[in-house]
Ligand binder design. Structure first.
Ligand code: FSX
Ligand code: SF4
Ligand code: F3S
Length: 404
């Protein structure tokens, strides 16, 4: 990996140097640090500590292994549009082995890995991208004659920290998909923690949001430890809220306005995608608040009009049918409801029902609301179809039914 480091390696003692090398104005760099601090859920003012860590901390050596995957994790990290994120990541870590990026090949590449492991014994960070096939003693993925199982165990043995990037490395992801005719995936794909038999930090997503990875590494630099994680190893700063809680379409969900099929009037108007199989209600991640690719607002699956498939959630993404409706993990209603079936102009009874649920504060009340919302949308959809087909001014039988 010497070549990559030669390209990006310079002294980076001061902000001016960072400014010059990243071609990023100082103000922008500090704004970027503030974004990372916010991503990590740190209080106001923490951006200074983050900037200091990036500016002055010794770059940890990173050994990045690739197994069963599409390389989307690396691509999303390196192709991000935000000012030189790829340069920044290479400024924050010393990427000593990465099969996709390194110029070396064959024996040279293996030698680079061994020497990085030796030189930074006990101090390097191991990042794993891709699942690990476990069937038939792991013969379905070999690098330099070594199975993925043996390699990950060898490199993890002297690592200071292990990070599984992407859903494949976290728990098998796409390669672990099970066909209805079988009880396991073709190659027995598993995540890193399962193969190592110990917990690791996971940054799931297919691909994961690069900021969640970068923020995890910067947390390590700033505080000298990895961030607090949930039971699946996911940093809590990024994966502690359901997507559904902060979704821009949530008001439509609460109001019972659902897209019923792709391209229908509801879909075109940005209604909730729950009935098309959106897994936001059972998926923990910050996609709805962070977005992807720095390409402006709404740049995330639901924002683009596709239901979330739950790629950050073990047992959901790549395991549940894409259009199967989600399990509701949290049915607590928000404090306020938008008007229901707005175009029909009758919201009073629903608002009073919401008030009852709020006073009761009980899941039972919320569940009633949920059921009513879902039932209502069918009636509303029927009304919409009837209206589209016929007399726009006259309330239809379906509309009457929709007035709860
Ligand atoms: Fe691909 Fe990564 Fe998906 Fe997997 O991301 S984007 S298949 S999570 O390991 O390269
Ligand atoms: Fe958003 Fe999906 Fe929840 Fe609807 S179901 S509000 S589209 S996360
Ligand atoms: Fe994945 Fe759903 Fe986010 S599909 S990228 S968890 S919106």
């Amino acid at each position: 990996m010497g070549d990559i480091n030669e390209i990006f390696e310079t002294s980076r003692k001061t902000l001016q140097e960072i400014e010059q090398r990243l071609e990023m104005p100082r103000r922008e760099f500090l704004q970027f640090c503030a974004t990372l601090a916010v991503t990590m859920g740190l209080p106001t003012g923490a951006e200074a500590a983050v900037a200091k860590a990036i500016e002055s901390a010794k770059r940890p050596s990173v050994i990045w292994l690739h197994f069963q995957e599409c390389t989307g994790c690396s691509e999303s990290l390196l192709r991000a549009e935000h000012p030189t994120l790829e340069k920044l990541i290479l400024d924050v870590i010393s990427l000593d082995y990465h099969e996709t990026l390194m110029a070396a090949a064959g024996h040279q590449a293996e030698a680079a890995r061994k020497s990085a492991m030796q030189a930074n014994k006990g101090k390097y960070v191991l990042v794993v991208e891709g699942a690990i096939p476990t069937k038939s003693n792991g013969i379905y993925c070999k690098i330099g004659g070594q199975t993925a199982i043996d390699m990950v165990k060898e490199v993890a043995a002297d690592a200071a920290a292990v990070i599984a990037i992407g859903s494949c490395a976290s728990w098998g992801g796409m390669p672990s998909t099970i066909s209805p005719l079988s009880d396991s995936s073709p190659t027995g794909s598993a995540g890193v923690a399962e193969v190592l038999g110990k917990p690791v930090v996971t940054i799931p997503g297919c691909p994961p949001n690069p900021y969640n990875f970068l923020a995890t590494v910067v947390h390590f630099l700033t505080f000298g430890k990895l961030p607090e994680v949930d039971k699946l190893g996911r940093p809590k700063f990024a994966y502690s809220r359901l997507i559904h809680e902060n979704c821009e379409r949530r008001a439509h969900f609460d109001a019972g306005r659902f897209a019923m099929e792709f391209g229908d009037a509801g879909h075109r108007q940005g209604y909730c995608l729950y009935k098309l199989g959106c897994k936001g209600p059972e998926t923990y991640a910050n996609c709805s608040t962070l977005g992807f690719g720095d390409a402006g607002e709404n740049n995330w699956p639901v924002g683009c009009g596709h239901p979330c498939i739950g790629c950050t959630e073990k047992g959901v993404g790549f395991q549940k049918p894409i259009h199967q409706v989600a399990r509701m993990l949290n049915v607590t209603p928000p404090l306020q409801y938008p008007r229901i079936v707005e175009e029909q102009g009758k919201a009073a009874s629903f608002a009073s029902a919401a008030a009852v649920a709020a006073v009761a504060g009980a899941a039972a009340g919320a569940a009633i609301m949920l059921t009513r919302n879902l039932g209502l949308s069918h009636a509303a959809a029927e009304a919409e179809r009837a209206r589209d087909a016929g007399d726009a001014g006259k309330p239809t039988a379906a509309e009457d039914k929709a007035q709860v």
